[in-house]
Design a protein around this ligand. Structure first.
Ligand code: FES
Length: 112
């Protein structure tokens, strides 16, 4: 699979299996100069901003709910892992980053 030229792609692991979440479903990782969150939900991986768009809580301290939303630990706003949409309606959308997996590994894409 060719990676879209729209993004700068960063290798984060050689394979999906190599990513060790331990007993958690999300973690913080450093990619290039950014700290982001990586989460697993139903066998898929998702990447998103590590800081809540509402008031800056660390998203990794929250959890992933049964619908596939990242739940902020501070005020419990929920954000879709797929598109960052604030599903609880407070109007703060979360930044998400695309993940691509090919024979070379697992990549996360940043714009610009
Ligand atoms: S800081 Fe995340 S919901 Fe308020």
């Amino acid at each position: 699979m060719t990676l879209s030229k729209e993004y700068n792609w960063h290798l984060i692991a050689k394979s999906k299996e190599q990513i060790d979440f331990g007993k958690y479903d999300s973690m913080q990782i450093e990619v290039g100069e950014k700290i982001i969150c990586l989460a697993k939900f139903k066998d898929d991986l998702y990447a998103y901003q590590s800081i809540c768009p509402h008031a800056g809580a660390k998203m990794v301290m929250g959890y992933i709910d049964a619908q596939g939303n990242a739940v902020c630990p501070l005020h419990r706003f929920k954000f879709s892992l797929k598109n960052g949409y604030n599903v609880t309606g407070e109007g703060y959308n979360m930044k998400v980053y695309p993940i691509q997996i090919n024979e070379e590994g697992v990549f996360v894409g940043f714009k610009g």
